[in-house]
Write a protein of this length. Structure first.
Length: 71
């Protein structure tokens, strides 16, 4: 899947995407609470960011399991 040198950057990217997505969810909720409509880019970040971050995390977990079985 991935070489050991790429695990750390993938983990950082997944964490950043997750944090940004959670912030976007909070922003959408705050805007909706005030009776407004969030911009499309914020809504898209909220909807698609967390699944992407979790898929990256699953890939990292599967890669770690594969690496441990090889040792």
């Amino acid at each position: 899947m991935t070489s050991p040198g790429y695990r750390r950057p993938f983990m950082i990217v997944a964490a950043v995407i997750a944090i940004l997505s959670l912030a976007a969810v909070g922003a959408v909720m705050a805007i909706a609470f005030n009776g407004g409509v969030a911009p499309v880019w914020i809504t898209s970040t909220a909807l698609y960011g967390l699944p992407v971050a979790f898929m990256l995390a699953v890939i990292l977990v599967l890669d770690a399991v594969r690496q441990r079985r090889r040792q």
